[in-house]
Design a protein around this ligand. Structure first.
Ligand SMILES: Cc1cc2nc3c(=O)[nH]c(=O)nc-3n(C[C@H](O)[C@H](O)[C@H](O)COP(=O)(O)O)c2cc1C
Length: 367
């Protein structure tokens, strides 16, 4: 058995805004698609998150802020009273184990199907440009639908959806919220010139394309206070159809990240490289230069192992590391990393769908 605590401060407590973490190891948001159609968390989900409460911070999976924001069956919501009450069971279970948990606020934008939208309507997007790829419905995988462009006058209603969801998350007992502005969903669609061809104040210039992410973040801050709000960005992740990232990633995020500094957020969270794929970045993009523009705590994610996390922490490139897939089959990941115990690799079949199997039945290690 090793004692990795001598090699790094990743196992020591820290603080992100007003959130106290018992260590610098974060559970990344991972959709597990194990919810009923009503999107209400129950005891199963409470058990799953409580098992992982030794993470310094759990970022709960992407959670639909509204029926319109939903793009996949079997994902949770936070727009109704019943969903809010369900999440309360989750936060209480995590807190009982001494953990901290924030909720990732999600609107998929164009990445949805009419089969998932209220009254079979078209999904909404910055512009009427169809995504490539399939989404998951109760009937199985179907191609995503042609979206319609949001009217300028509808944008305040979108911001209101985030505000209501953030307020529900507060009543549900979370320690904060993460604005999901990554992975080609609504806010990311607004950021990128490949998906945003608007001519109003939400399109065109970088300032205009970044406007919705900033307005949503400010609205959520009004509910939570800035020190309990984080944000996730994935500057170079292509969408499902491999639509390239923005034509000028450095200029776009070189504008957005300093703008976030003025908001005094709890943290900035980047997916470094293509989400759950590769840490490679296109020529001319420097992720460390972009994250280095942020003045507050920075969480790095994507294909990390402990050694890489220790090295990047020692170089002061990250304040904390988020692990996604490793938390699936290692509920006690922090303890295993601390002691050098073997890690279990979750098979892909366990990622999405089903019930307790492959979800809450992973053993804790011997150490
Ligand atoms: C099964 C699965 C579900 C995911 N769900 C989400 C999600 O809900 N929100 C999100 O921002 N990223 C999501 N991601 C991306 C992860 O948060 C993370 O960025 C990615 O897995 C890379 O980290 P890792 O190498 O530690 O797994 C998901 C990834 C996987 C594999």
């Amino acid at each position: 058995m090793t004692d990795n605590t001598t090699r790094t401060d990743l196992f020591e407590p820290t603080r992100m805004g007003a959130i106290e973490l018992s260590n610098r190891i974060v559970m990344a948001p991972i959709t597990r698609s194990r919810y009923a159609e009503d999107g209400i968390p129950n005891e199963l989900h409470a058990t799953y998150y409580a098992q992982r409460a030794s993470a310094g911070l759990i970022i709960a999976e992407a959670t639909n802020i509204s029926a319109q924001g939903r793009g996949y069956a079997a994902t949770p919501g936070i727009w109704s009273e019943e969903q809010t009450a369900g999440w309360k069971k989750v936060t209480e279970a995590v807190h009982a184990e001494g953990g901290k948990i924030v909720l990732q606020l999600w609107h998929v934008g164009r990445f949805s199907s009419v089969a998932l939208q209220p009254d079979g309507q078209a999904p909404v997007a910055p512009s009427a440009i169809k995504a490539e790829g399939d989404t998951y419905t109760t009937e199985g995988f179907v191609p995503v639908s042609m979206p319609r462009a949001l009217e300028t006058g509808e944008v305040p209603g979108i911001i209101e959806q985030y505000r209501v969801a953030a307020s529900n998350a507060k009543r549900a007992g979370f320690d904060g919220v993460e604005v999901h502005s990554a992975n080609s969903y609504l806010l990311d669609q607004f950021l990128r010139d490949s998906t945003n061809q608007r001519t109003d104040q939400y399109g065109g210039s970088i300032e205009n394309r970044a406007r919705l992410t900033l307005e949503v973040t400010r609205a959520v801050i009004e509910i939570w206070g800035s020190e309990r709000v984080g944000i996730r960005l994935s500057p170079v992740t292509p969408d499902a159809g491999n639509t390239p990232p923005d034509s000028n990633v450095m200029a776009l995020f070189g504008y957005l990240v300093p703008e976030l500094n003025s908001l005094n957020l709890a943290y900035l969270h980047f997916v470094e490289g293509a989400t759950a794929t590769s840490r490679d970045v296109p020529e001319g993009v420097d992720m460390d230069a972009l994250s280095g523009l942020f003045a507050g705590p920075y969480i790095g994610n994507n294909n990390y192992d402990l050694d890489m996390a220790i090295e990047r922490r020692a170089e002061n490139k990250i304040d904390a590391v988020a692990f996604g897939r490793l938390f699936i089959a290692n509920p006690d990941l922090v303890q295993r990393l601390r002691t050098g115990a073997a890690l279990t690799i979750a098979p892909r079949e366990s990622y999405y769908g089903g019930g307790a199997k492959g979800y809450t039945d992973w053993p804790t290690g011997n150490y």
